[in-house]
Ligand binder design. Sequence first.
Ligand SMILES: Cc1cc2nc3c(=O)[nH]c(=O)nc-3n(C[C@H](O)[C@H](O)[C@H](O)COP(=O)(O)OP(=O)(O)OC[C@H]3O[C@@H](n4cnc5c(N)ncnc54)[C@H](O)[C@@H]3O)c2cc1C
Length: 348
Amino acid sequence: MFSTQKVQASKPIIIIGNGLAGCVLAWTLTKQGTDVVIYGDKSINASRVAAGIINPIIGQRFTLGEHVPNMLDFAKAFYQKIEVELNIQCYHPTPMQRLFSSPKEQENIKKRLKLDRFTPFFTKNDISQQLKPEHSGIVQQQTAWLDTNVLLDALHHYFEQKNIISYQPYTPQSTPNIVVYCEGYHMMHNPLFSWLPLQPAHGEIISCTTKQVLAPDMINQGKWLLPTTPNTCRVGATYDTALNTPTVRASSKQQLLIFANSLFKTNPKFKVIQHQAGIRPTTLDKQPFIGFHPKHQNTAIFNGFGSRGSLLIPWYSQRFTQSLRNRSAIPAEANIDRFCDKHHWHEP
Ligand SMILES: Cc1cc2nc3c(=O)[nH]c(=O)nc-3n(C[C@H](O)[C@H](O)[C@H](O)COP(=O)(O)OP(=O)(O)OC[C@H]3O[C@@H](n4cnc5c(N)ncnc54)[C@H](O)[C@@H]3O)c2cc1C
């Protein structure tokens, strides 16, 4: 519906927001020869709170989206290449003990395992001996977690050395560059894009220590436990669409501790060392918001990655970079054109 813009070589693209979306898009554009300037802040955003879990098979129905196997390969190659270039370790391939929450889930997985496209994602291994015998489940492979703090610290350092990141507020210029807003849930306060149907989802995570040696696999039963070292783990996450400000609540900490303790045969005596909250930029149809403003053609958005930023952002950064550089089409499922109708967009 709305044409994409051709980048003018002399003008850097302005990126507003320095979470995973803004930083990965900036990195991708830079590596393909397009100059960028990033405006961000030093807040603890959703990207820094997130556990960074990458799980291709989601929900109680064990859904595997059509493009997800390609996205998974892409994300893995993307993060592993950054690891080499920036001399960091941020991408941790880690199997997942997927515990059933109900007999229905067990039925669902049996059906899935009859389909060839699902079999590469599961092993025939038994679930961990550390878990209580009443748990049943299956072991997933091709799962991973991204240490978002290690990655973002390294990317910020890279951008700072190149002098292309500012922590001052962005002031619009009279001769406009292309501006891409990557503001996470703060987009709800941006009149340019607040008409898009964001459904922000509050989440809390605790970090714990234990004297027990934890097996390295992640454990997922709707909520999850992610061992980060043999004696530390993160446990999450709550999901609450009624709360729009990051808030740590004693009740959530308790809920997460009860879940963690329900998993193991022996009592690991978890000690909580950190409790964090963030807001996921979740969208009405669970697809990202990417594309150009219907009226202000130099103004774009790259947002709406919900609970799956670590998997989706590299893939969509690559596609949006191609759109910005070569006018190639934005993937239809993510293009904000899908909301440019009378029910959503109207000129203020
Ligand atoms: C509790 C929790 C658990 C999660 N777990 C996972 C997980 O396991 N796996 C996974 O893939 N995803 C997970 N997520 C989701 C993940 O965090 C998001 O998909 C992703 O981080 C979104 O990144 P973002 O850059 O769009 O937003 P953000 O991380 O929110 O970053 C946006 C940044 O832009 C800044 N900003 C906004 N407006 C402006 C402005 N005008 N000027 C300058 N700066 C601005 C903000 O302050 C912020 O720093 C989780 C999220 C939460 C809250």
